[in-house]
Design a protein around this ligand. Sequence first.
Ligand code: HEM
Length: 557
Amino acid sequence: MTETATELVDSTSLIPNLYLILLLGIATILVIYQFWFYSLRQVRLVTKIPGPTPIPILGNALEALGKNPVGMMQKALHIYKDFKSDTLKFYLGPKLYIGITNPNDIELILGSHVHLEKSWEYALFEPWLGEGLLISKGEKWRTHRKMIAPTFHSAILKSFMPIFNKNAENLIQQLELVKGNILDVHDYMSGTTVDILLETAMGVTKSHEDNTGFEYAKAVMDMCHILHQRHYKFWLRPFFIFKWTKMALEQVKLLELIHSLTRKVIKRKKQDYFARVAKGESSLYKEAIGDKSLNDEKLNLENEKTENYKYIRDDLEDIEENDVGEKKRLAFLDFMIEASHTAGNKLSDEEIKEEVDTIMFEGHDTTAAGSSFVLSLLGVHQDIQNNCVAELKTIFQNDWTRPITFVDTLQMKYLERVIMESLRLFPPVPLITRKVNEDVKLVTTDAVIPAGTTVIMSQYATHRHPEFWPNPEVFDPDNFLPERCQERHYYAYFPFSAGPRSCVGRKYAMLKLKVIIASVLRKYVIFSTKDESEFRLQGDIILKRADGFCMRLEDRC
Ligand code: HEM
């Protein structure tokens, strides 16, 4: 053989060798990875918990790849049904997630004063909400919650009734233009909810501030849209990737608009506050917290009474019906400014801004989806719609168009059950997560959830748990008759979460839902264009119908 021929043979035999070395290298890395992975304490502790088999390095991430929110929801439900287990585990990379659906286990997390920390996924909200109530932790969360909870006091909520009524009337005027046609009611609910929040949280209407109120409302809706996108397109979650996208530029603009208006309004509201103090006006916030400041023990008792038990029955019953005068009709923001000037409290302007932004975010999409599901279900279940109307007739008798009073809402017992049942089948927040910082021994299995794990609790799954709900898939408002509630495990139903970190706005939400839905029902008969089994759900931050909340409204004679 010539010298050139030998060189050629040597160089071609080198190529397969390189592949072989590369393959061997990868195999060795994978073996070492698997060895390391299975030696982790968190992995060893949960071997008894079932779940899809993770692949090296990626864990179970491929299950979600290429899926839109509808596909994600379907995939999650398939996995849950396939394993037929109350406890499931999965991994994103080496990160462990455990889903629990049995109320006895959920109580260990939600009922605890220890497991209060949100998981890292909530960081997505930080650029908008800063360290507002939804994501703050530790002492900051405790002190802020203590200051802010009284701003949702019944006396204050009652003062919002005229705003709820005025916006319900505006809604009806918009619906008048499209009655008889097929419409997506969510568009209308979303707009109305944002308008109501603008007024009740910030004291701003769309006509205020040279159109800035209008722009603000739109910016809130657009920001919610960006958050939803980042939620399911999980590769957009890390900021170092997201910051290169067009969406990030849009987010910067939207947040500039949102934050600058909030700051401007805070400045103006502070001047109003000092003017009220100079005039010696009495404070509704002080009335709400009572003369004594709330000490921790009282706060805990309040939590147990209201957060854990009362809202399942009529959480508004404790309010007397005496009118709150026009001059006292203030917004949450005014009350927060008062709170920040109440002895013992500390709340900077920036912190007030974060809390107002949090209310705008938390209160918007949740109630828009909640009310849209109620209307969709009433459109399907004509008999239940008729029962609601019969109740409204006994309340309003011959005066079918007058504004809805607070006392009226207390009498809407059947409608309340309808709303609760809708929140059971279609909870606007379909799952919540917590990071546990200590090991948690579960009640329903031998397993221990290791410290550092993200625990997922799905309202959607637990609200349909056959052990706790006799006909879980059937829409039956009587599930919320007092006697049935008493028999059921308290943590079988938690649309507003439960325990010390539950939704601070739940009474506000229930009151607003009653006014909006009763207003629509007084005016229109609702016809759904689809049967309930045809609703296509998308598992986003907020549960929605991917097929739209389509219905037709006809005049109720
Ligand atoms: C149907 C309507 C609503 C539903 C289903 C709902 C549900 C929830 C849920 C499940 C949580 C716990 C979230 C978590 O742990 O990650 C929560 C928290 C919260 N919600 Fe709501 N919510 C609703 C309406 C509202 C409204 C109208 C407001 C304000 C006006 C509000 C303000 C808040 C706030 C500030 C928190 C954080 C509480 C804390 O961490 O201490 N929510 N909500």
